[in-house]
Design a protein around this ligand. Structure first.
Ligand SMILES: Cc1cc2nc3c(=O)[nH]c(=O)nc-3n(C[C@H](O)[C@H](O)[C@H](O)COP(=O)(O)OP(=O)(O)OC[C@H]3O[C@@H](n4cnc5c(N)ncnc54)[C@H](O)[C@@H]3O)c2cc1C
Length: 491
């Protein structure tokens, strides 16, 4: 019999991040996955700045940076002509220590997180599936089935579904993912190709009938191609690669010659979200809670963000540092972002793939102008970076945010990143727990909702001047949550 306060089902990026977060607080848990190990597929490529900031707090950002690379440009190719080449390299300069679009395959992200868990003294029980679950008087119980057919009973207080789009945990809750499915079929393919253009970033090829995107990968001529399958393909799960090769070479509107391929897949694109990310003491996290088109490079990053949000709250309750009502704020904070994400990615994806005349006109005439213009101006470049990088996610309406503010910075916002000679603001936030920063005023009492580890820092010049320039109060204190969001501004 396995008895644990927390059972995490699924060790994709989301479950691995949740386990690493719980280890930061020494919180007992068990994590299982039915697969034999981490994914061998490239899957998600884009690692957004907010994820790298979270990796930095975990101490694994340097390793991630060593292994991946920055996408330097995006080239817009309309009806076969390069219409714009837009630099992306430092698009978020001054906003994040990682002011770019970073590329690192999902398999490598999972390896980094798995190594972190091992360094923290933990491990994943691979080859172990959740096969039965029921509610009990104190929590949940059920059966875990190992790859050799042997079974273990388990009991847990908190059951966490990080088990992907077909989540067994969500099925146990009888909670559907509501939303829709795009009528057209989508493909991804990791290919080596000769295209006659320098390999330095993303290629977006748009024409009247097609949309294709090419994302740089690690080998010299390797790209991830994404796009819509030809209507002759009806079974997305069994596409011969030659069909896809012909489709890409003929329809991208670029002189592409495919010379190799390592993976391809076809699938239906869903835009769906669970009615609630929490039911009793069951939580849905990552793809188990929301799924959408991979075109915006948000899926893996959103799952990682969910896990960071839930991790410290679960630790707080299991370690008796907070009242259990703090757990309500997971759904309160993360579901609104999920709803917005599913809606915007659905809208963007539909415009990119639709065959109707208006969408075709938007794709080939309006979009290049909007994107080309927006990416030329500093204000719109910064806004685009803030949105795609996920650094703009804020929890102003959460019951953990008290409505306090200092100029444009509100309780619930991500704590801003800024530098001064010899330091930067994120170095204050590396220890697990709350951080209370005092800018020339008396330190406040410990935050009401948390009695766990707390770091108190008195901030002097030049850091205090840099903080004021970033929008923080000259005299006052800031209470920062363990996930680097502001809880309170005492001015
Ligand atoms: C081709 C492609 C490209 C993508 N590109 C991007 C991108 O650029 N950027 C981005 O952010 N996202 C991207 N995504 C999305 C991203 O891959 C997913 O959002 C991400 O994998 C979700 O992580 P997860 O841990 O929530 O779920 P998953 O990765 O699906 O992991 C769920 C885990 O649960 C396990 N499991 C399931 N059922 C059980 C059970 N009963 N018992 C035990 N274990 C179980 C599974 O074995 C699996 O390991 C892409 C996806 C695809 C397919």
């Amino acid at each position: 019999m396995i008895q644990t306060p927390i059972l995490i089902v699924g060790a994709g990026p989301t479950g691995l991040m949740l386990s690493a977060q719980l280890h930061r607080y020494g919180t007992a848990h068990v994590i299982v996955d039915k697969k034999p190990g981490i994914t061998e597929l490239s899957k998600a490529l884009a690692v957004q700045a907010r994820t790298l900031e979270q990796y930095r707090q975990l101490g694994i950002a340097d390793k991630a940076i060593e292994q991946g690379f920055v996408a330097e440009t995006v080239q817009l190719i309309i009806n076969g002509r390069v219409r714009a080449k837009i630099p992306l390299g430092q698009i978020g300069a001054g906003l994040s220590p990682f002011p770019y679009l970073f590329i690192l395959e999902q398999s490598q992200n999972e390896a980094l997180l798995q190594d972190k868990i091992a360094m923290q003294g933990g491990n994943v029980q691979w080859g172990t599936a959740l096969t039965e679950v029921r509610k009990t008087a104190t929590g949940y119980a059920g059966i875990l089935t190992r790859h050799d057919g042997s079974q273990d009973e388990f009991e847990c207080q908190y059951l966490i579904g990080c088990d992907g789009a077909s989540s067994a945990v969500r099925h146990f809750l009888r909670m559907p993912l509501r939303g829709g499915t795009n009528a057209r079929l989508f493909f991804v393919a990791d290919i080596d190709m000769d295209v006659g253009l320098e390999k330095e970033g993303l290629l977006l090829a748009l024409n009247k009938s097609e949309f294709m995107g090419f994302f740089p990968m690690s080998r010299p001529q390797q790209y991830r191609a994404i796009g819509v399958l030809p209507s002759s393909v009806t079974d997305p799960e069994n596409i011969p690669f030659d069909t896809l090769k012909d489709h890409i070479e003929k329809n991208a509107g670029l002189p592409i010659k495919i010379t190799g391929h390592s993976w391809h897949a076809g699938y239906r694109v869903h835009h769906r979200i669970a009615d609630s990310f929490r039911s009793g003491n069951v939580f849905l996290v990552g793809d188990a809670a929301h799924i959408h088109s991979p075109a915006g490079g948000q899926g893996m990053n959103t799952g990682l963000g969910d896990a960071v949000n839930l991790g410290w709250k679960l630790a707080a309750v299991v370690n008796s540092w907070s009242d259990a009502k703090i757990l309500d704020t997971y759904n309160q904070e993360r579901r609104p972002f999920g709803v917005q994400l599913v809606h915007t990615t659905d809208h963007a994806f539909s415009t990119m793939v639709s065959k109707n005349w208006l969408a075709r006109f938007m794709r080939t005439s309006i979009l290049p102008i909007i994107l080309g213009t927006a990416l030329r101006f500093a204000v719109t470049r910064r806004l685009l970076f803030k949105t795609i990088s996920q650094i703009r996610i804020a929890y102003r309406r959460s019951s953990l945010s008290d409505g306090s503010r200092s100029r444009s910075i509100h309780a619930g916002d991500r704590f801003p990143w800024f530098e001064w000679q010899g330091g930067n603001s994120f170095d204050w936030l590396t220890k697990p727990g709350y951080v209370v920063l005092s800018f020339g005023a008396a330190l406040p009492q410990k935050p009401m909702e948390w009695v766990g580890p707390t770091t108190f820092i008195k901030v002097d010049s030049p850091a205090a001047e840099a903080a004021v320039a970033a929008g923080l109060p000259r005299n006052g204190s800031i209470v920062v949550r363990p996930d680097m969001h502001i809880a309170q501004i005492i001015a």
